[in-house]
Design a protein around this ligand. Structure first.
Ligand code: FES
Length: 106
């Protein structure tokens, strides 16, 4: 089972002066650049799968990164079904992956 992130921020896009924020993903605290969407942050932190399809239980993850596919739904600060690609990370944000299982972020 894949446990490493498939994505990373490109070196040219990395600015060492970019402020970091603390976010909580399924109870674990992470420091990420404050210029990322929640979906981008999740992709840099671990496996691409962040939820399960309720119909067939297949692993799903962010795809379009522009608010069209709805494959990136997560719970943010107790609000369910938020498109994570459309929300920028913020200090203290609590993110819960939907139907998280061993294949998803933990
Ligand atoms: S990744 Fe497609 S809507 Fe968010």
């Amino acid at each position: 089972m894949l446990t490493k992130a498939l994505f990373r921020k490109l070196p040219l896009a990395t600015d060492n002066n970019t402020p970091l924020v603390s976010i909580e993903v399924n109870g674990s605290t992470h420091r990420v650049a404050n210029d990322l969407s929640v979906a981008a942050a999740l992709l840099t932190l671990g496996p691409a799968a962040i939820r399960r399809n309720p119909a067939d239980n297949s692993a799903r993850g962010p795809y379009c990164m522009m608010g069209v596919c709805f494959e990136c739904l997560v719970e943010i600060d107790d609000v369910p079904n938020v498109q994570s690609c459309m929300v920028r990370v913020a200090e203290g944000m609590r993110i819960t992956t939907v139907n998280a299982t061993e294949a998803c972020h933990d």
